[in-house]
Each structure stands twice: as structure tokens, then as C-alpha cells.
Design a protein around this ligand. Structure first.
Ligand SMILES: NC(=O)c1ccc[n+]([C@@H]2O[C@H](COP(=O)([O-])OP(=O)(O)OC[C@H]3O[C@@H](n4cnc5c(N)ncnc54)[C@H](OP(=O)(O)O)[C@@H]3O)[C@@H](O)[C@H]2O)c1
Length: 297
């Protein structure tokens, strides 16, 4: 039987590269930036007509949330062009609904008025007021995909045991801990992590069952302090040296309050039911990553 043909954008990134590594039963086309640029309508059209994919998984994005803030409101900037116009180029060139957009909990504000963790069918805001610029551009990209009839997979702080190009939400602080430069961690900010191996499993399940809709992949909720202390402890470090701070105290010193959502996170009940999956707790994810080679070095 011939393999399903999948165009994967952003296949060299933190999440996409692990998906391509783990998902063995497909025929992939993984064009790399800058040779392939989703902001270039012609380049998108050409690759789609040449490869003729059955599915597209869009991992490509401008993902540096801090850097994106300096482009707030700029629809001529690279964040808007990649995240919104790039997504639009994909759907314009691909009439099929078999497109999965990788998205984020940051499409929601994560504030006290409308707190997470968010369910798959919770309504995302139609105004950018309480979102980061990154979050707003990903929010607009979701609208484009949903209007087209495509699917959304929201993830949050994706983590894996190894990836040299970029540190993630666990490996970043663990490196700082090892170097003795760890900053005080929030003990009252609600966050989740997503095990990238389970993100890969989720995408495969959507494809193999020919599913569609809005999906979430996430652990249960924790705080950065609890998460990193647990990992350090499991790795044999002295977690009692890690300082803690309230996110509310920290926010008093910040002008850009939207950058640090206090009540983030994703619920996964509907996705787990629909796809017959079970996502690990954050503790189990840490333990599996350690078994896969996550270390303090
Ligand atoms: N990391 C997180 O904390 C997080 C959390 C929630 C959701 N997400 C979402 O998950 C997806 C994957 O994130 P990630 O962490 O894997 O991101 P990443 O490591 O930054 O990878 C992004 C990928 O997109 C490519 N890319 C950037 N601009 C492009 C363009 N104009 N045309 C084509 N490709 C382009 C990059 O290529 P180069 O490497 O060559 O630039 C890279 O392969 C994104 O949609 C992101 O919004 C990430």
C-alpha cells in the first residue's frame, strides 16, 4: 500500500523535527527555510503542486515570543507575515481540508477574567487587547485555518530530551541550574508542558483516523517552581537552592503584563476521548525524559 504523502513545514524546528523522526509510516516532503518560505506565495504553490500532498502539517512559525513583542501591531513585520500571511498562503494553495495548524494556548489571554486551563471548544478572543503579538498572530492564523475547514492542534511548552538547536521549557532552566545562574521561579503561575513524543502521536492519530477539529496536547497543570524543582530533584541536584517568587510580585515591576499570563494551560479531555489517547502527567513526562537521557549538563 502506498504511503500517505505529507508536506511538513517547519520540519527542522523543535517540534517538527521530532515528529518527522518518530512518524515512520508516511512519505514526507520537508522543504527547509529559507529555500522554502511560507511567506512567498509562489514558493508555497510550487511545492504543493509538485509534491501533491494529501495532508499538510504547519509547524512553521515565528516563535520567539519576546522578539515578537517589538513588532506589536505591525502587519508588515515578519511575525505577522510568517504566522498569518504564511498560513493564508498554505490554505490558498491547498483546497483540501486536511491541514493541521500547530497552535498555542497563547491564543487565549490567560488572565483572571478568562482563566485557563482552556478546553478545546472555549471561544478564543476576537480582539488582541490581552494577548501578546505572537499570541494574536497565532489567534488570527487559527481563524484562517478554521474558515478553510482545517484542524488545529494547540500545544504548550513542548519538551523533549535532546535537541541541540534550541533549549525548551525544561532544558533551559536545567542548564541555568547547572551553571548556577537559575533565576527565581514563579510559584503561583499556572502552566502545563506538552511531551513532544505525544504531540507526534496525536498528529499521527488525527491522520490515521481521518479526524478533524480542534485538539489539545498537554500535561496537567503545575507551576514553573514545582516543575523545575521536581526535575532537578529527580536528576540528583539540590532543589532547595532554587528560589521562588510570586508572578504577581514580578508583574508589579513589568510594563508589559500580557507577556506573563498567570492562568494559562490546556485541558485535553475532549481530545483524549475523540482520539482515544491518554496524556501523561507532568511528573511522568519528566521521568520519561530522564529515561531518554535528559540530564543536568
Ligand atoms: N516552542 C513553544 O514553546 C511552543 C508552544 C506552543 C506552540 N508552539 C507552536 O509549535 C510550532 C512549532 O514550534 P517550534 O518550537 O518547533 O518552533 P521552532 O523551533 O522555532 O521552529 C520553527 C520552524 O519554522 C521554520 N520557519 C520559520 N520561518 C519560516 C518561513 N517563513 N517559511 C518556512 N519555514 C519557516 C523554522 O526554520 P528555521 O529554523 O530555518 O528558521 C523552523 O523550522 C509553531 O507553530 C509554534 O507556534 C510552540
Amino acid at each position: 500500500m502506498s504511503k500517505i504523502k505529507i508536506l511538513v513545514t517547519g520540519a527542522s524546528g523543535l517540534v517538527g523535527s521530532r515528529f518527522v523522526e518518530l512518524a515512520k509510516n508516511y512519505q514526507f516532503c520537508t522543504p527547509e527555510f529559507p529555500k522554502f518560505d511560507i511567506t512567498d506565495e509562489k514558493s508555497v504553490k510550487n511545492i504543493i503542486s509538485e509534491f501533491n500532498p494529501e495532508w499538510i502539517i504547519n509547524f512553521a512559525a515565528f516563535t520567539d515570543v519576546n522578539a515578537a513583542e517589538s513588532q506589536m501591531g505591525d502587519e508588515n513585520g515578519s511575525v505577522w507575515k510568517i504566522n498569518v500571511e504564511g498560513t493564508n498562503n498554505l490554505v490558498k494553495a491547498f483546497p483540501s481540508k486536511k491541514i493541521i495548524q500547530i497552535s498555542t494556548d497563547m491564543v487565549f489571554p490567560g488572565n483572571e477574567a478568562t482563566p485557563g486551563p482552556y478546553a478545546e471548544n472555549d471561544k478564543t478572543p476576537d480582539v488582541k487587547d490581552y494577548l501578546t503579538w505572537y499570541g494574536w498572530t497565532k489567534n488570527r492564523a487559527e481563524k484562517i485555518i478554521l474558515n478553510h475547514g482545517g484542524s488545529i492542534l494547540r500545544i504548550i511548552y513542548p519538551v523533549r530530551a535532546h535537541y541541540d538547536t534550541k533549549l525548551d521549557y525544561l532544558r533551559g532552566p536545567l542548564k541555568k541550574f547547572s551553571e548556577g545562574t537559575i533565576y527565581p521561579l514563579f510559584n503561583d503561575q499556572q502552566v502545563c508542558i506538552a511531551f513532544i513524543d505525544q504531540i507526534a502521536e496525536t498528529i499521527q492519530r488525527i491522520i490515521d483516523t481521518d479526524n478533524s477539529g480542534i485538539f489539545h496536547c498537554s500535561s496537567d497543570t503545575t507551576t514553573p517552581y514545582e516543575l523545575i524543582s521536581y526535575a532537578v530533584d529527580k536528576l540528583g541536584g539540590d532543589a532547595s537552592t532554587i528560589k521562588q517568587i510570586s508572578v504577581y510580585e514580578f508583574l508589579k515591576t513589568q510594563t508589559n503584563k500580557n507577556r506573563y499570563p498567570v492562568w494559562g494551560g490546556l485541558k485535553t479531555v475532549k481530545t483524549e476521548e475523540k482520539l482515544d489517547l491518554h496524556y501523561y502527567t507532568w511528573q511522568t513526562i519528566v521521568e520519561i525524559l530522564i529515561a531518554q537521557g535528559l540530564s543536568l549538563n
